[in-house]
Design a protein around this ligand. Structure first.
Ligand code: ADP
Ligand code: MG
Length: 580
């Protein structure tokens, strides 16, 4: 065995394997460099999702020609003046992004320091490819072309220009949220996709995540033990089918940390269905010595000195904000009351009627009810003998959420939303098997604005969606025209439905068979088409629901696997009252 030193060229390529995974990661490095150079305006141009070209132009400090040469060398950086790796405030500090990118592409670097002349250096897969004067305004322009053209092993892993574009858009969004004071533009294939003026963080986040956060968001601002958490999270009712819109920024650095996902889940526990995900943009400010940013070559992960404290701050801060808000929002939006599931297992367990547990269910629900709560239960007097329906006849509704029915052999309680959702799903399944799902044409087609990757996904699934009676058409780059909806849906929030479907398609990707995918789509549609918890039902409506449940397969479980009804047999009731 002979040990030898690797040639620099090879070292760069190896590093590129870690730093530059795809166009979006190269783009991220370049934009970070512009931010580190104190740019106030950054424009990004992409061709073919960044596979053909990524260009970043900034008005930052620029570089003199000799600095440019150095910048292209490995481990050359201007960002560690004190040589203190543990006190990094810049995005960059490893000095490997530029040489790495240059080793796997054709890179042209042009730069000009204010008051000096501009200079250009070209590198072709790590080899110098000429330099000379360049005309440009003060700042830096970097163009990366043909990424991985000569690295087939990498090239192979690139996805379609569409997916690469989606990843690039995400990179830009993250950095634009991290630095709301900087102006950004993004062009894709010569079309302007984003124009962001300098603004404050909340406005920038609303612009990039969802304008609905204005109404459906909760502001966060908590400080504990020198840690500060600010940002916005969505109300439990404003949620998504995938956890793709949860952003964490640590000292202004976008990071992808599993800690966030876990903390979010804990904070929303029993406020949101298990397969639904809130939206969040959280900004955590921690003392520099509390966090190590040098744990990942792409600098997207961090290590906290005390992860428990960070998690506690997030869970506690979010939970408190949500609790406070739930009282307000419930009072405000009574008619469109939130679908808030109690945790299914504990729910089922409580129904074995150990009393302390049952009391805790009541506790929980009380926190969701508006101040000045007026009981909504209505009762239907039991005048006639009970006909022998398995689920009985409706006697009333409790909390506009549960139907209480009397059966021959006991008392039945039905979760109206869970049950109805199941019925809609089974109806759609049956109709699909029969060939045609009844659809309802919209008098006025509805235009739904979504971001471009979401529109692409929906457009790609248009045929399958049409099979469910959902007829859509592309309507410009960032909008979808809806011509018809499944008749089972009734009046529905079409925007929310499309956003969920797009999320669903993104998440499922190519992983599932067509049939499974269709099932997911059907379930998403069904959820939107169902009677919400919180809707007051007439006795006739309640009875109709019960009768349909009796004849529908699998109606005992909702689409999320929870029970749709429970029965207390006469024997149970007797035990409960100590008669037996
Ligand atoms: P790092 O960012 O970790 O220092 P890079 O390889 O990304 O390493 O960049 C090397 C150096 O090139 C930076 O430290 C910086 O001095 C310089 N540089 C890169 N991009 C720019 C830019 N857009 N404007 C000014 N200087 C830049
Ligand atoms: Mg850098």
């Amino acid at each position: 065995m002979s040990i030898r030193r690797l040639p620099p060229e090879l070292i760069n390529r190896i590093a590129a394997g870690e730093v530059v995974e795809r166009p979006a990661s190269a783009l991220k490095e370049l934009v970070e460099n512009s931010l580190d150079a104190d740019a106030t305006h950054i424009s990004v141009r992409l061709s073919a999702g960044g596979i053909e070209q990524v260009e970043v132009v900034d008005d930052g400090c620029g570089m003199a020609p000799e600095e440019m040469r150095l910048a292209l060398e490995r481990h050359a950086t201007s960002k560690l003046p004190t040589d203190a790796i543990d006190r990094v405030t810049s995005f960059g500090f490893r000095g490997e992004a530029l040489p790495s990118i240059a080793s796997v592409s054709r890179l042209t670097l042009e730069s000009r320091v204010s008051g000096e002349d501009g200079w250009r250096i070209a590198i072709d897969h790590g080899e110098p490819a000429g330099e000379g004067p360049a005309a440009l305004p003060p700042g830096t322009r970097i163009r990366v072309e043909g990424l991985f053209d000569k690295v087939p092993a990498r090239r192979k892993f690139l996805r379609s220009p569409r997916s690469e574009y989606a990843a690039c858009l995400d990179s830009v969004k993250r950095l634009a949220m991290a630095r709301s004071d900087v102006a950004f533009t993004l062009d894709h294939d010569d079309r302007r996709v984003l124009t962001l003026q300098p603004s404050e963080a909340p406005a920038r986040v609303a612009e990039l995540l969802a304008h609905e956060l204005d109404r459906h968001g909760v502001g966060i601002d908590v400080t504990r033990d020198g840690l500060r958490l600010t940002g916005v999270i969505s109300l439990p009712t404003f949620n998504r089918g995938v956890a793709d819109q949860q952003y964490l920024f640590v000292n202004s650095r976008p990071v992808k940390d599993r800690l966030l996902a876990g903390a979010m889940r804990a904070a929303y526990r029993d406020l949101i269905a298990r397969d639904r995900h809130p939206i969040a943009a959280l900004f955590l400010d921690v003392p520099l010595d509390e966090v190590d940013v040098n744990v990942h070559p792409a600098k997207t992960e961090v290590r906290f000195r005390d992860p428990g404290a960070v998690r506690g701050l997030i869970v506690g801060g979010l939970r408190r904000a949500l609790d406070e808000e739930s009282q307000r929002s419930a009072a405000r939006e009574q008619s469109a009351a939130p679908v808030m599931w109690t945790n299914s297992e504990s729910y089922a367990r409580d129904f074995t009627l150990e009393r302390p547990a049952a009391a805790s269910v009541r506790e929980e629900q009380r926190s969701f009810t508006p101040i000045g709560f007026v009981p909504q239960g209505r009762a239907e007097p039991a005048v006639e003998a009970v006909p022998s329906y398995p689920l009985g006849v409706a006697r009333g509704q409790v909390n506009a959420t549960y139907i209480v029915a009397e059966a021959e052999d006991g008392l039945v309680i039905v979760d109206q939303h869970a049950a109805h959702e199941r019925l809609v799903l089974e109806r759609m399944r049956a109709a699909r098997e029969g060939g045609a799902v009844p659809r309802q044409a919209l008098l006025l087609p509805e235009v739904v604005e979504l971001d471009e990757p979401d529109c692409d996904r929906l457009e790609g699934a248009a045929d399958e969606l049409a099979g469910f009676g959902l007829e859509i058409e592309r309507f410009g780059p960032a909008a979808i025209l809806v011509r018809a909806v499944p008749a089972a849906l009734g009046k529905t929030d079409i925007q929310g439905l499309l956003a969920d479907l797009a999320g669903e398609i993104a998440e499922l990707g190519g992983a599932l068979s067509l049939r499974d995918k269709l099932d997911h789509v059907a379930a998403t549609i069904a959820c939107h088409g169902s009677v919400r918890a919180g809707r007051v039902l007439s006795v006739a409506e309640m009875n109709a629901l019960l009768r349909e449940m009796e004849v529908t397969p699998r109606s005992g479980q909702c689409n999320h696997g929870r029970p749709t009804w429970v029965k207390l047999a006469h024997g149970d009731l007797e035990r409960l009252f100590g008669r037996k």
